[in-house]
Design a protein around this ligand. Structure first.
Ligand SMILES: CC(C)(COP(=O)(O)OP(=O)(O)OC[C@H]1O[C@@H](n2cnc3c(N)ncnc32)[C@H](O)[C@@H]1OP(=O)(O)O)[C@@H](O)C(=O)NCCC(=O)NCCS
Length: 180
């Protein structure tokens, strides 16, 4: 079957941007967030994120092309300073990803700007994002968008997967910020 939403080479950047629709995720998207099994292990985290979004503490944005969800970015809203000595209301951006066939066509940048716009419209002045030290392509994207490294984080955390098993993560990261 032909995927009519798959990228084609002859589209211009403007045409591509026009095709991308950004919307808020809801409980109806829980299954979609698992990306056909790749992220099933985060099921409990997704439920919690949706729950928090319903309480106004997170913003979960999805990028769609046609009726396909092709990317996402989550924002945790923090009213106290994090990773900083300066007091500021910050949004912590995380779970940022675009499905491989849709990368390098502006979907990620669009999501990033949408998250920043959402934060600004709610009066938040600062966006923060962690990026694995090995993820140089993502770091470059953030730098181009105006983010600067202000600290490093050992990236040590754990979570319960969908089967209740404890999973431990160790991913040393640069922590970057942008004043909005
Ligand atoms: C990081 C990620 C979300 C970026 O998403 P994306 O949709 O590819 O992002 P963009 O298309 O906006 O930008 C990526 C590159 O494409 C280029 N680009 C942007 N629009 C483009 C377009 N219309 N045509 C061609 N290239 C384009 C950008 O200049 C950028 O180039 P760079 O690699 O030299 O920095 C994506 O690569 C991803 O999901 N990676 C795996 C998960 C991950 O690492 N997440 C980040 C965790 S911190």
């Amino acid at each position: 079957m032909v995927d009519k939403t798959a990228p084609t080479v002859e589209e211009s950047s403007a045409e591509r941007r026009a095709q991308i629709n950004i919307r808020l995720a809801t409980a109806a998207d829980l299954k979609t967030l698992e990306w056909d099994g790749e992220y099933t292990h985060y099921r409990r985290l997704f439920r919690r994120a949706i729950d928090e979004a319903e309480r106004g503490r997170r913003v979960l944005l999805l990028a769609e092309i046609g009726d396909q969800v092709v990317g996402q970015i989550f924002v945790q809203l923090m009213t106290r300073a994090t990773f900083s000595t300066q007091r500021a209301s910050s949004g912590y951006l995380y779970a940022f990803r675009v499905k491989p066939p849709y990368r390098n066509r502006g979907v990620g940048s669009h999501l990033l700007h949408a998250a920043e716009d959402n934060l600004e419209s709610q009066g938040f002045r600062r966006a923060v994002i962690s990026v694995a030290k090995s993820n140089l392509a993502a770091k470059r994207l953030y730098e181009r968008a105006g983010y600067v490294v202000f600290t490093v984080d050992p990236g040590e955390w754990s979570y319960l997967d969908h089967e209740g098993q404890l999973r431990e993560v160790l991913e040393p990261a640069f922590v970057m910020e942008k004043w909005l």
